[in-house]
Design a protein around this ligand. Structure first.
Ligand code: ADP
Ligand code: MG
Length: 334
């Protein structure tokens, strides 16, 4: 077999991530992604001109193998894992793997646990406080006892709702890659959701339903699609149903290869700066109002996850003072 030879240049260029060979303190070679990240003219220059992160420099210029996680080598928001491998006594190969997505997913998970704990602890503290009073004070007037009892019941129900929504979310996430497979009639989904809303006995406004009879079915999970509409209608009722003449409109129509399902209200709307965040877990524009009306802050997060599982799209349009309109597009089965 002829001797095998490969240039260092070909080797570095074959690496997908930004990669460099550093000898002493000089960048000997940098592949195109590294040039893009650290500057076109770093080759032949001192590494300290390209990377100013002290911890990263210390590791690389120590010429020892190891992996380190650093944030903000180039721009402050990005996190990197540097894979440093010794090539010789004073030279190393550095490979830079972007871990920004993993780091922000981890941060979201930590925030989520903290938020969920906080949301549950608040009603639990109330329950404990009232329960202790009931247990310890023997001569409380009857109306006060009843009042405390009702508060305990309401707060416990709130905790139950939060827990049910959390379990819903985790079930939907667990099934994320499982394509839903019922052939679902959107007409029926609307019928069920509107009936559910009536049983909430909070609908002070008029409901208008506009669903075309000839809609194609949707490939989906029937119970989850009812849940989507339940959540959107309950938001319209909770936040968009102020004046006596206010109307909530639920409509479904075909839109190319999609079936578009829209719930609109004539409520106060959602200010623009909140619009992109209302699908985040526990994000609310007005937390007190959401709690008062029985919200958990998870409704739209659940909607978003169900729609994603159905490979559909979610669009929230809102004009302050005019109303909100949420459209879910689902792929038509026919
Ligand atoms: N139709 C709507 N009109 C005005 N604000 C809305 C509407 N739908 C949702 N929002 C806002 O978005 C927030 C998040 O909604 P959601 O995830 O369903 O949680 P929840 O209703 O339990 O608070 C609500 O608290 C509310 O501030
Ligand atoms: Mg809601």
């Amino acid at each position: 077999m002829p001797p095998f030879s490969l240039s260092e240049r070909a080797l570095v260029d074959a690496i997908d991530e930004p990669a460099l060979i550093v000898e002493g303190a000089i960048v000997r070679l940098a592949n195109p992604p590294a040039l893009g990240l650290l500057g076109k003219s770093i080759e032949g220059r001192d590494l300290r001109l390209a990377i100013r992160h002290p911890q990263a420099l210390e590791h690389i210029l120590g010429h020892r193998s190891g992996d380190i996680d650093v944030t903000g080598i180039v721009d402050p928001g990005r996190s990197w894992r540097l894979h440093i491998r010794r090539l010789g006594p004073t030279s190393v190969l550095v490979r830079m793997v972007d871990r920004s997505d993993a780091v922000s997913a981890e941060k979201m998970r930590v925030d989520f646990v903290a938020n969920a704990s906080h949301e549950l602890r608040t009603p639990l503290s109330t329950v404990l406080g009232y329960a202790e009073t009931l247990a310890e004070e023997n001569d409380l007037p009857a109306d006060l006892r009843a009042n405390f009892g009702r508060t305990i019941r309401d707060e416990a129900r709130r905790m139950l709702r939060i827990i049910e929504d959390l379990m819903s979310l985790s079930r939907i996430e667990a099934d994320r890659f499982l394509a839903p497979n019922d052939s679902v009639s959107i007409d029926q989904v609307i019928g069920t959701a509107v009936a559910n809303a009536a049983s909430l006995r909070i609908a002070r406004c008029e409901f208008l339903v506009d669903a075309r009879q000839d809609l194609p079915p949707v490939r989906g999970d029937r119970a989850q699609l009812v849940q989507v509409l339940d959540n959107l209608i309950s938001n319209a009722v909770r936040y968009g149903c102020e004046g006596p003449a206010a109307k909530i409109e639920v409509s479904a129509k075909r839109d190319g290869r999609w079936v578009a399902l829209t719930v609109s209200d004539q409520g106060p709307g959602i200010p623009r700066e909140h619009l992109t965040r209302v699908t985040e877990r526990f994000y609310r524009v007005d937390a007190a109002r959401s709690r008062e009306s029985g919200g958990t802050g998870l409704g739209l997060a659940i909607v978003k996850h169900i729609v994603e599982r159905h490979k559909g799209t979610l669009e929230i349009k809102s004009i302050v003072g005019v109303g909100t309109s949420v459209t879910v597009r689902l792929p038509a089965a026919g």
